[in-house]
Design a protein around this ligand. Structure first.
Ligand code: NAI
Length: 768
């Protein structure tokens, strides 16, 4: 084999859903991509690949982190352009799932491949042994399966499957590239049907559907339990079917059935389903069709009755058990003997016994299955982590009592936990019954795992403070959606008062923080407790100012949403090291308030630093905060000055945030000196009048509603000084005060209360 050790250019063949997604992510990582598909007829030879490119450009949520990244993707077709692959170091095949077509393609690639180029297939179901069967030896060494999940930018799992002859170096190079550059969590799988993610993930969905049918649940009841209360995305099983497409799911289930051995329990829960087939026949293929298990008509929401096949109006209320499960966790879901509790228990029992049955035959390590479910299906906990939460003692006893077939691996673990922390090391119980250190690539760390080996130095309901190996402070929020409350504020203040070599603000939840806790504000508004609001905002401002002027460096390391107050925390850090899919911005206007945790002040200052002109800075603030704009990647947030590309950094793999932050503290803490306090200049009343005029015109044209105008006027007032203000110099404390005053003035309006109420009720943003 040649000494190819780095990947500089990639060819993706097949510009459909997956090929387009892979091409976009490679382009996001800064690499050139050649995207090929079949040749079109006549002049439009690249028409199919062009469709793929259009799909990338129009994707929502966007597959590209920056629209310009599309320029890195060149298209072509497999009849005219195969010679071009000789410049590519890695060729990824993502064409239709047919063995004969894939094999023909590999044969056609052979004469054009660069020496030592890596080749991989994105197949979901075809065993690698079959793909490689008639390959020449040199290609067999260079070939493996890289199984990405859809949508590629957002799904973290990459399953890597080694063939009998695949050279270990090939696995190492691809694993490193996909982990570091494409940001994937790589799980190496054996060549077994469905690998790990779909084997357990599709099984789990089928188990939920099977039990909902058997116990006569409504689909929305089933999704509300096999959903958030279990730490599973709220789409559960039925809404996920709708999202993926009933037809596509039926194909996936069929193809899994065709490759799984006869005795596999999958055949029981994944049997042919007449209701699903009839829905597909009638065009109810899911969200892309007329609906699937759910549909909407004339503003009314319906769900399919699993027993009769008729549509019924969807019940708006969550079952009490779902609410209890969300608040109290898994154990509360399975206590009762009513149908909903039985459903929860049975679904979990299916998932636990099935997962355990895969060890040691399919994998030795429960971590592989847990990682596959967390990274590929966005579960908060994998099956074995859930079993640890419930306790294997109770679990094995109950499974045996209820007549479940308990796999040997689970039975042997009775009374033990699958994960165990010892001397700062997290270990996992393998198929051999022994504990082995968990497996993560070099430089990769997940705080959700790391925290199991650490005792918090301080903890309250909202946040925890940890000391890491070199004394670095780590502040972790852990409220619902990490909405910030007085507890979070207190922990940040505590860290800033005694920062050690530096502070990292980070968590491994789905979202860094969705903003300040609106429920708390609504209570204060309803009680007309304006002083209470002022006191909370004042504490919040003091705590973020504590970060800003801290004696040691402060690093904000977000992933997911960092909005409103969550973003304001980051705005006060010395350095932001953000995951490349982070969404940053000040969205307060959408709920009828202004940022009042220093968000307006920091944005104003940043724009002044960029433009050297307070008036321009005021307009930028007014526009972007008035519209509640966000950047859906750090690159896009940089255009709004919410991310400073000269100073801040983004990383493709969120599992590298901690390592990078620790390194940054080591670099910055020597000779660190806190920042000096800035002076601000208000843009003055002329600018204020121009802003008001802009709003009035917009309102006349119908672009803005009355409360949009009121809120944007409040932003204008903060940065200009308002109708009576001159171009005065003011202090940072003044800016903080203006934010609080304008926030409270808005909080007193019924329109703001209505916006907040709508947000909290799940109806989302309303305009008024
Ligand atoms: P798709 O149907 O969206 O796209 C397939 C593309 O391949 C089409 O654009 C088609 O024109 C092209 N194509 C067909 N024969 C070709 C050939 N000989 N040369 C070049 N291009 C050819 O399919 P999708 O969903 O993107 O799947 C592609 C592969 O990825 C399949 O192996 C599938 O099993 C696998 N996969 C699919 C996932 C999904 O969620 N859709 C997830 C993970 C893997």
């Amino acid at each position: 084999m040649s000494s190819l050790s780095s990947i500089n250019k990639v060819c993706v063949i097949g510009a459909g859903t997956m090929g387009a997604g892979i091409a976009a992510q490679v382009a996001n990582a800064g690499f050139e991509v050649l995207l090929l598909d079949v040749a079109g007829k006549g002049e439009a030879r690249n028409a199919t690949a062009q469709l793929g490119l259009d799909r990338i450009a129009k994707s929502d949520p966007p597959l590209l982190m920056l629209p310009e990244n599309i320029e890195r993707i060149k298209i072509g077709n497999i009849e005219d352009d195969l010679p071009k692959i000789s410049t590519c170091d890695w060729v990824v095949e993502a064409i239709i799932e047919r063995l004969d077509v894939k094999r023909t393609l590999y044969r056609n690639l052979l004469p054009h491949l660069k020496e030592g180029a890596l080749v991989s297939s994105n197949t979901s179901t075809i065993p690698i042994s079959l793909l490689m069967e008639d390959m020449p030896e040199h290609l067999r060494k260079q070939f493996c399966i890289t199984h990405f999940f859809n949508p590629v930018r957002f799904m973290r799992l990459l399953e890597l499957v080694q063939g009998e002859d695949t050279a270990p170096e090939v696995m190492a190079v691809l694993s490193d590239f996909c982990e570091r550059m494409l940001g994937k969590g790589v799980v190496e799988c054996r060549d077994t049907p469905g690998f790990l993610g779909n084997r357990v993930g599709v099984f789990a969905m089928q188990a939920a559907i099977y039990e909902a049918n058997r116990l006569g649940l409504r689909v929305e009841e089933a999704d509300s339990l096999f959903g958030r209360p279990m730490g599973i995305p709220k789409t559960g099983a039925f809404a996920l079917y709708d999202l993926i497409g009933l037809d596509l799911m039926a194909d996936v289930v069929r193809s899994l059935r065709s490759i799984l051995p006869e005795g596999d329990v999958f055949h029981k829960v994944g049997a042919e389903n007449d209701l699903i087939n009839s829905q597909i026949e009638k065009g109810f293929t899911g969200n892309k069709g007329k609906g699937g298990f759910y549909r909407e008509e004339d503003g009314k929401r319906f769900s399919l009755n699993l027993q009769t096949g008729d549509w019924q109006e969807r019940s708006g209320d969550l079952p009490e058990l779902a609410r209890i499960g969300e608040a109290q966790g898994l154990a509360a879901l399975i206590e009762g003997d009513d149908p909903l509790s039985q459903f929860s228990w049975n679904v979990l029992a299916h998932i636990f016994t099935y997962s355990a049955s895969l060890i040691p035959q399919v994998t030795q390590s429960p971590q592989d299955i847990d990682d596959a479910m967390k990274l590929g299906y966005n579960w908060v906990h994998g099956p074995f982590e859930m079993m640890d939460i419930l306790g294997t003692d109770m679990l094995v006893e109950r499974l045996e009592r209820d007549g479940w077939d308990v796999p040997e691996f689970l039975r042997a673990a009775k009374g033990e936990s699958f994960y165990s922390a010892e001397k700062g090391q997290l270990n996992v119980r393998h198929g051999d019954g022994n504990y082995h250190p968990i497996k993560l690539a070099d430089g990769v760390a997940r705080f959700s795992m790391m925290r199991r080996t650490l005792e918090p130095v301080y903890e309250n309901k909202g946040a925890s403070l940890f000391h890491l190996a070199n004394g670095e402070r780590l502040v972790e929020f852990h409220t619902k959606a990490n909405a910030l409350d007085a507890d979070c504020v207190a922990v940040m203040a505590m860290a800033a008062a005694n920062p050690g070599p530096g502070i990292i603000i980070h968590n491994d939840a789905q979202h860094f923080s969705a903003g300040v806790n609106l429920e708390h504000f609504l209570l204060l508004i309803s009680a007309q407790d304006w002083q209470g609001i002022d006191a909370f905002l004042s504490d919040f401002q003091k705590s973020v100012a504590g970060l800003l002027y801290c004696e040691a460096p402060v690093i904000g390391a977000p992933s997911g949403l960092a909005l409103g107050g969550g973003y304001e925390v980051l705005a006060h850090c010395d350095l932001v090291i953000a995951h490349a899919n982070s969404v940053l911005g000040l969205v307060e206007a959408l709920v009828g308030v202004v940022p009042a945790g220093g968000g307006v002040k920091e944005t104003y200052l940043r724009w002044y630093k960029r433009t050297g002109d307070w008036e321009k800075a005021a307009w930028h603030c007014f526009n972007q905060i008035g519209y509640g704009q966000t950047g859906t990647s750090p690159d896009l947030a940089a255009k709004l000055a919410y991310f400073e590309p000269d100073r801040d950094r983004q990383v493709m793999n969120r599992d590298r945030l901690i390592g990078e932050s620790v390194r940054a503290i080591a670099d910055m803490s020597q000779g660190y000196s806190p920042r000096s306090k800035p002076e601000f200049e208000l843009a003055g009343k002329e600018v204020f009048s121009a802003m008001v005029e802009f709003l009035e015109k917009g309102q006349k044209k119908g672009d803005f509603l009355s409360h949009d105008v009121t809120v944007a006027t409040a932003v204008a007032r903060i940065v200009t000084g308002g109708e009576d203000g001159g171009k005065a110099n003011v202090s940072e404390q003044d800016m903080y005060r203006f934010e609080r005053e304008n926030f409270i003035a808005l909080a007193k309006t019924p329109q703001t209360k209505a916006r907040i109420k709508s947000m909290l009720s799940g109806r989302g943003i309303i305009r008024n």
